[in-house]
Design a protein around this ligand. Sequence first.
Ligand code: SAH
Ligand code: SF4
Length: 384
Amino acid sequence: MTANLLDFDLEGLAAFCETLGEKRFRATQLFRWIHQRGARDFGQMSDLAKSLREKLATTARVEGLQVISQQESTDGTIKWLFDVGNGDAVEAVFIPEDDRGTLCVSSQAGCAVGCRFCSTGHQGFSRNLSTGEIVAQLWFAEHFLRQHLKRNERVISNVVMMGMGEPLQNYSALVPALRVMLDDHGYGLSRRRVTVSTSGVVPMMDRLGQDCPVALAVSLHAPNDALRDNLVPLNKKYPLAELLDTCIRYLEHAPRDFITFEYCMLDGVNDLPEHAQQLVDLVTRHGGRGVSCKINLIPFNPFPQSGLTRSPNKQVVAFAKILSDAGIVTTVRKTRGDDIDAACGQLAGDVKDRTRVGQRIAQQRTVVLKQMPAVAATAKETSR
Ligand code: SAH
Ligand code: SF4
């Protein structure tokens, strides 16, 4: 079996080149061909010695992912569905804006965390992606987009690990992939423009701060443990106090001086004025000095099995006002790519439910509906 060179960060590629009896700088040249020029054919790499190209031809390959489908939204958002074998598929989404191009990347086929409001969570966990499969999403999208948009320079300026999966439950594959994104010989992205989003895998947040500090988004979604236990089951293992302590530690290493807290607005569940007030107290008082943060309110993207609905605009505005009045920088996420189901939590490959997460979530949901009859009464399809 040949080595897939998309699996290596520059260090890894240098080590691989050494096994072929080649100097490190050859790895840099090779890395640049692959990531900066999108090359996959060693014969094309004209400044590499013919002997090296021949060695590579028998020992290595550059293998991307098969594209199952590509959909383009009226707002320019493009979503790709990639085959990762065995009936599993993952998605990546390109979101163009005036001053940047963001790629939303998947880290796992499915997800084991099982958040109630997330369609990936409802599918269950299938498997971790390899470094090469994470990198391949960027490699493909960047070089495809340069051609598609007829641009010679870089198109993707930001990466957010907000596709399918919990990136910090796939740590060993994630970190080399982040290094490829950051490397000046790779995609040269700034640490501030690569964001790992996590549901709160506390020990791995600490390790990320040490190994590869990039921008961090934490999916909070609730201002108290009782509610968060229900929405984000991982909270039972790493409750809010521990999570916020870890955020404070992360800030010592982070490339930005704030953490982004994501908060998905669920009608009647976590969007009431008292929740906003609890959230203010939590982030401004925790540990005495609070956590330096921005809060990003995400309109919930409904899907039938969730039994949840999107908060009405009025509710979102009122919630945001309580936060801003308390001096917290608050934004409301624009939904993009709605017409192609590319919005947050709608990324749905053909992932089988191998862990019965769907069932578990259904049970949790029953509990919440019992506790909050008002939610059951208002649970309906919202129009987007
Ligand atoms: N597992 C990581 C990253 C992937 S999810 C995490 O949970 O942070 C990326 C973001 O989309 C998270 O903030 C998640 O809570 C949010 N999300 C998931 N499902 C959603 C939905 N149906 N509507 C809106 N946001 C959703
Ligand atoms: Fe997994 Fe994130 Fe979805 Fe939760 S929100 S189930 S952690 S992908």
